[in-house]
Design a protein around this ligand. Structure first.
Ligand SMILES: *Cc1c(COP(=O)(O)O)cnc(C)c1O
Length: 371
């Protein structure tokens, strides 16, 4: 068995796997399933501190991002794309695809977004229907302060679309207090269920803008509005992946029962970063560290793939490289959700220390120092 220590998909606990094997009914015709689905959505809303309706869609995390853009964008709409990472920039593609006109607000990829600078920009430029931003941009691990950025955008009546796929439940999220109109999550990151589901909390303001469009939403599968009256009409736009949702419920119950979850993410994230710095390795970021993932620069004299394959073959631990401009330059440890426990993180750090030594890069201190 290979131990997953990647920033998603993460390890899946046995009770989640078992829930996915429960006997299934028809999610279309079994009226009780509508209550079950609603209950799971309400649990998500409670955990995200929102009264907004929540929807679970059958499709990987990316579907949520596309659904938000597809459902809001009409041809010619101006959209602010906040870009301080790979996913941040990527939102612009969805905006363009549905006929919107993106304005990229591009900032340093090594630091959390500077809210003051954004405020200055918005003073002069605020004619946008909505803005997109990423909570934790996973390829670099940068964490943006959505609790400050979204209320700022809200002041200018700009709707906010937040990708929190790799942060929610590892970093606290207060949807209503932060004025987040659409927040997107995925089953396979902190939630620690297998990939396959996207979840969205959508404000009434966003729903009413979708409802009052001049042009129809240019997608069926990615149309959020199709979910709006599912409960009243006892109708889903497509057959819901019932076993995935059973698994999701078990994973969310694990989170709801885990009163230390945010504290543990913070303590483990902090300890890993501290150990990396003392060891002589370098963190990729200058500030804005997400407690869900640590991104470490690969020393010039060794090869990224060699580190990853040694860890996999000799220690049966899977870490991730990265992509885009960070390809082959960094390795990533995903200490989120089920991965976020002292035993697995200690094992990973020990194995990484030994691997680097065997590849000719001995560390000043063993990474396991604080574990
Ligand atoms: C994982 C992730 C997604 C979902 O994307 P996949 O590449 O399909 O897994 C979306 N946004 C962020 C920030 C993610 O980390």
């Amino acid at each position: 068995m290979i131990k997953l220590m990647t920033p998603g998909p993460t390890q899946v606990r046995e009770n989640v796997r078992l829930a996915r094997s429960f006997e299934t009914s028809s999610p279309d015709f079994d009226l009780e399933f509508y209550d079950y689905y609603k209950e799971v959505c309400q649990l998500i809303g409670t955990l995200l501190h929102t009264k907004n309706p929540v929807y679970i869609m059958g499709g990987e995390g990316i579907l949520g991002l596309e659904a938000a853009c597809a459902s809001l964008t009409e041809p010619g709409d101006k959209v602010l794309v906040i870009d301080n990472g790979v996913y941040g920039k990527g939102f612009g593609d969805f905006v363009t695809m549905y006929g919107g006109i993106p304005t990229y607000y591009t900032a340093d990829y090594k630091t959390a977004l500077d809210v003051e600078r954004l405020a200055n920009f918005l003073e002069k430029n605020h004619n946008f229907k909505y803005a997109t931003l990423v909570h934790c941009d996973t390829p670099s691990g940068v964490l943006n302060d959505i609790s400050k950025i979204c209320p700022l955008l809200h002041q200018y009546n700009i709707l906010t679309v937040v990708d929190s796929v790799s942060a929610m439940f590892g970093e606290p999220v207060y949807v209503d207090d932060s004025n987040i109109d659409i927040i997107c999550g995925g089953s396979q990151k902190v939630i620690s269920a297998p990939p396959g589901l996207t979840l969205l909390a959508v404000s009434e303001a966003a729903l009413s803008i979708m409802q009052n469009r001049r042009t129809p939403i240019a997608s069926y599968y990615a149309n959020i509005l199709n979910f709006r009256d599912y409960y009243k009409n006892k109708w889903f736009p497509y057959t819901m992946p019932i076993s995935d949702i059973y698994g999701l419920k078990a994973a969310l119950d694990n989170i709801a029962d885990d009163s230390d979850i945010y504290k543990r993410h913070s303590q483990i994230g902090t300890a890993v970063r501290y150990a990396v710095e003392l060891s002589g390795l370098q963190l990729n970021l200058e500030n804005g560290y997400s407690n869900t993932v640590t991104v470490i620069r690969v020393p010039d004299i060794i090869n990224c793939q060699d580190i990853l394959s040694t860890l996999k073959e000799s220690y049966h631990i899977l870490l991730a490289g990265s992509f885009d401009s960070l390809k082959d330059k960094v390795i990533r440890i995903g200490h989120m959700g089920e991965n976020c426990n002292v035993e697995d993180v200690a094992l990973t750090l020990e194995a990484l220390s030994e691997t680097l030594t065997s590849l000719g890069y001995p560390l000043k201190t063993n990474l396991k120092l604080f574990f």
